[in-house]
Design a protein around this ligand. Structure first.
Ligand code: 5AD
Ligand code: SF4
Length: 453
């Protein structure tokens, strides 16, 4: 008997950082089963699509990808081989049985809260003769208690999921339905994962959660910790040099978290704080549970704690009922706050969410027009923010190879990508870089010997 070849898995990830994290944990689960990663679906025995449902056409993209995989599976089958196709993530959660009905060649459909059961699904799929396996339940057991340790191949910057799900029910959003109720991992579990990541070479950790600042996990002693407490404990881990967290909700900032921005040098001066709209009418329709002034006040408190804080945000234009003057209020807020970065989207009705069914939907052409205006303003703001760094020396955490040979790309404390010439052995180091160029979405500079400011 010949030696058994390793099985190959190809995981394609759509959407947010949480999905990127989940995909890496799926790889952790599959590794003890003998799966190594494939570079393309062609070379894979198992293909997993980890899908996103946040905005339009996500499901359609998945079905079109599935069409191609179907042909690949058939070709493999004709040659006597076998390829399993699995669909996970938020489209799988939302579409469930429908997905299996429309794409019966799919072997496994699972949701964001059931992927720890992948080994069991694979064992069942090996025995199954054709019928698909579906598990989009919200199981009573916590998935994190059933995942193996994260593998020790962390890059310089690693994701760590600390909180998941959402109880806020903004009327545009599918997350409360696809990811389920808010859940915070116990702090001891998070600290252990962070120590392992640091030992594996991570210098920066980005804490992830749909509502990460609503974190309220058990402390190692069994008390309750908020995100501020967790950040304090994480900042004591030797080897970890930088901490960030995303995504926050304006309602969930407590004094302890704001004080963490003042007190913890490892907590980077950058925050993604979506506001969605600058108009109170629209914020109320969205069920955001805060006003534009509430947002201004939080920003003021945060900037008082950390004056150089770089803010980024998300905006939705063309929400049902949004008038021209509401949109003007959004533009005014953008000008006033001065964001370092912002993402803007046309409102996309999501099936099953309250806003999808209300009257007053904004015509597509108007959404497109508003988006263009907002994106122009945002890119002006972004350019202004970046130009402020010309001639300054910033500490850059070198992360990966750049496009040009001999170039590395890293991050400034303010989350700007910075290109710099440096040997690949320098990955994971923080080096002083004199900023000489400002591009569309990144900075360029040269390494200097000067001590870090
Ligand atoms: N339509 C448009 N944008 C949306 N987002 C979430 N749901 C929708 C939707 N239905 C945007 C929000 C959120 C970001 C992750 O995606 O701005 O902050
Ligand atoms: Fe969605 Fe609102 Fe929850 Fe954010 S806070 S995940 S936008 S429902």
């Amino acid at each position: 008997m010949g030696r058994e070849l390793p099985k190959r898995v190809f995981i394609k990830t759509y959407g947010c950082q949480m999905n990127v994290y989940d995909s890496s944990r799926m790889a952790d689960l599959l590794s003890p089963l003998g799966y190594r990663s494939a570079q393309a679906p062609e070379g894979a025995d198992l293909v997993i699509l980890n899908t996103c449902h946040i905005r339009e056409k996500a499901a359609e993209k998945v079905f079109s990808e599935l069409g191609q995989l179907k042909r690949l599976k058939e070709t493999k089958g004709k040659r006597g081989g076998r390829m399993l196709i699995a669909v996970g993530g938020c489209v799988a959660q939302a579409e469930g049985a429908e997905l299996l009905a429309r794409a019966p060649f799919v072997d496994i459909v699972f949701g964001p809260q059931t992927y720890h059961r992948l080994p069991e699904f694979l064992a069942r799929a090996a025995r199954a003769c054709g019928e698909g396996i579906l598990d989009t339940s919200f199981p009573p057991e916590a998935k994190f208690d059933h995942l193996p340790d994260a593998r020790a191949d962390a890059g310089a910057s690693a994701f760590l999921s600390v909180q998941e799900g959402c109880d806020k029910f903004c009327t545009f959003c599918v997350v409360p339905y696809t990811r389920g109720a808010e859940f915070s991992r116990p702090a001891a579990q998070i600290l252990a994962e962070a120590r392992r990541l640091a030992a594996a070479g991570a210098r920066e950790i980005m804490l992830l959660g749909q509502n990460v600042n609503a974190y309220h996990g058990a402390s190692p002693e069994g008390a309750k910790w908020g995100l501020g407490d967790l950040l304090r404990a994480l900042s004591e881990i030797p080897g970890l040099l930088r901490l960030r967290y995303t995504t926050s909700h304006p309602r969930d900032f407590d004094d302890s978290l704001i004080a963490a921005h003042r007190d913890l040098p490892k907590l980077m001066p950058q925050l993604h704080l979506p506001v969605q709209s600058g108009a109170d009418r629209v914020l109320a329709f969205m069920n955001r549970q805060h006003t534009a002034d509430d947002y201004r006040r939080i920003v003021e408190r945060l900037r008082k704690a950390r004056p150089d804080l770089a803010l980024s945000s998300d905006f939705i234009v063309g929400f049902p009922g949004e008038r021209e003057e509401d949109f003007a209020a959004t533009l005014a807020l953008v000008r006033e706050i001065g964001f370092a970065q912002a993402f803007s989207f046309k409102y996309s009705p999501r099936p099953g969410t309250p806003a999808a069914a209300v009257p007053g939907q904004v015509p597509e052409s108007q959404k497109a027009e508003r988006l263009l205006v907002l994106q122009r303003l945002i890119s002006d703001e972004e350019r202004r923010f970046n130009e402020g760094f010309l001639g300054r020396v910033v500490p850059v955490l070198l992360e990966k190879a750049g496009r040009r040979s001999g170039q590395l790309v890293g991050k400034s404390p303010y989350f700007q990508s910075v290109h710099v010439m440096a040997e690949s052995g320098k990955k994971g180091e923080i080096v002083p870089v004199l900023i000489r160029e400002v591009g569309l979405s990144s900075l360029g500079g040269v390494r200097v010997e000067a001590a870090l400011a």
